[in-house]
Design a protein around this ligand. Structure first.
Ligand code: FAD
Length: 428
């Protein structure tokens, strides 16, 4: 299938694509899914000299990876649960591990972009904004925690009377600026990483849907036009993954998130509304997030229905929030709007595990996956390569399963989200 009609697909730098699998091959590691999880794992493994193949049913970055808001932040939606669960493996070191987890993905991405010269509009600077006093209290606590951990040079609390230096919006009563966070053309990053993996010998296949997994002494990925035999398999299909549902049932539920992009703004308008070119999201549970693109458009997203189903008219749903944020953009043209699925996990901790000794799965980022996919790819590759890895910290997490199918689970999550949306409205 073609990419969603997104800004990313329309402005992608590399349009040549990758071949489809044609014939049987044999590799060390075969990966299902060509989003950040699959591709970043391929880079890590190829850098270690392993023979890797990635099968992507559609195009590289076709899933959440090529549809997201492009914000690389230190947010972990499951941080409290993580500290509790990771204690089982790490004891008192759990809080340090969780803190480190927030930033490891940033370093991997930044170093990879530099190492392989990936052109993907990577920029530093992001702000979490406060709509009310309770948000401000949370931001102050995050600021203090960051300073206590030595991040004071990257962080700045911005008071209400200084917000105009960053955003032309009267919605906010303050914000926490984080200069370590970044924003990026997400599809270009992923395709750039795929090209990097390819340059190291990895085989990247598009339009190659895996239809079955055969277990055995050496497992196999079955596709319409060939079979891949491997020592290890990594399932990295996240919310789009439909294989092995007997084993994975009840673990991950797809939620639909939406994004839109305006027409290009005059350069002086873009500079006026967001003079420091930062990415922004607000302090609500179901938040608005936005940033400028390299060609001076506003990319604006928000949680829409969280139900796993696409909403009818995304631009109409998101426009009021955009215009409330930046009144001068009233009536601005919307050139692109699209939705995508991310995998929601009940305790918001990404799920990694094994369906057999040699078949790994890595999934479920609950809306915050750009940095975390890269961390988990690193841990998974280390584990596969037999190096020291904290893979087991994630593998030891106790995850609940809901004894329901994907649609019912997504519906239950949508109901939960409706509650949080109502709570956000009451608080603001
Ligand atoms: C609208 C939206 C906005 C978001 N905004 C942000 C953000 O600003 N910051 C952030 O950190 N995170 C954000 N996220 C989350 C982030 O994009 C995801 O967590 C991350 O991209 C997940 O990557 P992935 O590789 O695991 O999954 P995906 O990118 O979904 O990739 C999975 C791939 O597997 C393929 N696949 C599935 N089954 C098969 C099969 N049988 N055979 C072959 N291939 C298969 C699919 O075609 C797909 O391409 C957002 C998500 C969405 C949807």
């Amino acid at each position: 299938m073609e990419h969603a009609k997104s800004y990313y697909a329309a402005s992608a730098r590399h349009k040549d694509g990758f071949p489809a699998l044609d014939g049987d091959i044999d590799v060390d590691v075969a990966i299902v899914g060509g989003g950040f999880t699959g591709i970043a794992t391929a880079v890590e493994l190829a850098e270690r000299g392993l023979r890797v193949a990635v099968c992507e049913a559609n195009q590289i970055g076709w899933g959440a990876t090529g549809r997201n808001g492009g914000q690389i932040t230190g947010s972990l939606s499951g941080d409290t649960a993580m500290e509790r669960e990771f204690k089982r493996t790490l004891g008192d070191q759990a809080p340090n591990f969780v803190w480190d987890l927030r930033w490891r993905g940033h370093d991997i991405i930044k170093n990879r972009v530099e190492k392989y010269g990936i052109k993907c509009d990577l920029k530093f600077g992001q702000m979490q904004t406060a709509l009310n006093k309770s948000h401000l209290r949370e931001l102050t606590a995050t600021f203090e925690q960051g300073c206590a951990r030595g991040m004071q040079d990257h962080l700045e609390m911005v008071p209400a009377d200084k917000m105009g230096e960053y955003l032309e919006s009267d919605l906010y009563i303050g914000g926490l600026l984080n200069r370590r966070n970044m924003h990026v053309h997400s599809l270009d990053l992923c395709v750039g990483e795929a090209l990097a993996a390819q340059s190291l010998g990895a085989q990247i296949f598009e339009n190659t849907k895996v239809t079955a997994i055969e277990y055995g002494a050496r497992p196999k990925l079955v596709t319409e036009n060939g079979v891949i035999t491997a020592d290890k398999i990594v399932l990295a299909g996240n919310a789009y993954h439909l294989l092995e549902q007997e084993k994975l049932r009840g673990k991950l539920f797809p939620a639909s998130l939406a994004n839109m992009v305006t027409e290009p703004l005059d350069a002086d308008v873009a500079r006026a509304i967001n003079p420091q070119d930062i990415a922004v999201y607000d302090g609500r549970f179901i938040l608005d997030y936005y940033r400028l693109t390299a060609d001076n458009r506003v990319m604006f997203g928000g949680g829409t229905n969280y139900s796993g189903r696409d909403s009818g008219d995304i631009a109409a749903e998101l426009r009021p929030a955009l215009e409330r944020t930046f009144p001068r953009l009233k009536g601005v043209g919307i050139d692109y709007s699209w939705a995508g699925l991310d995998g929601i996990i009940l305790n918001r901790i990404p799920q990694v595990g094994r369906l057999s000794k040699d078949v790994f799965y890595v999934q479920g980022y609950s809306g915050h996956g750009i940095a975390l996919t890269h961390v988990l790819a690193d841990l998974t590759a280390r584990k596969i390569a037999g190096e020291a890895s904290e893979f087991n910290v994630f593998e030891n997490v106790r995850h609940w399963s809901l004894p329901v199918g994907r649609s019912m689970g997504s519906l239950m999550i949508a109901v939960g989200m409706a509650y949080y949306r109502m709570r956000d409205r009451i608080a603001s």
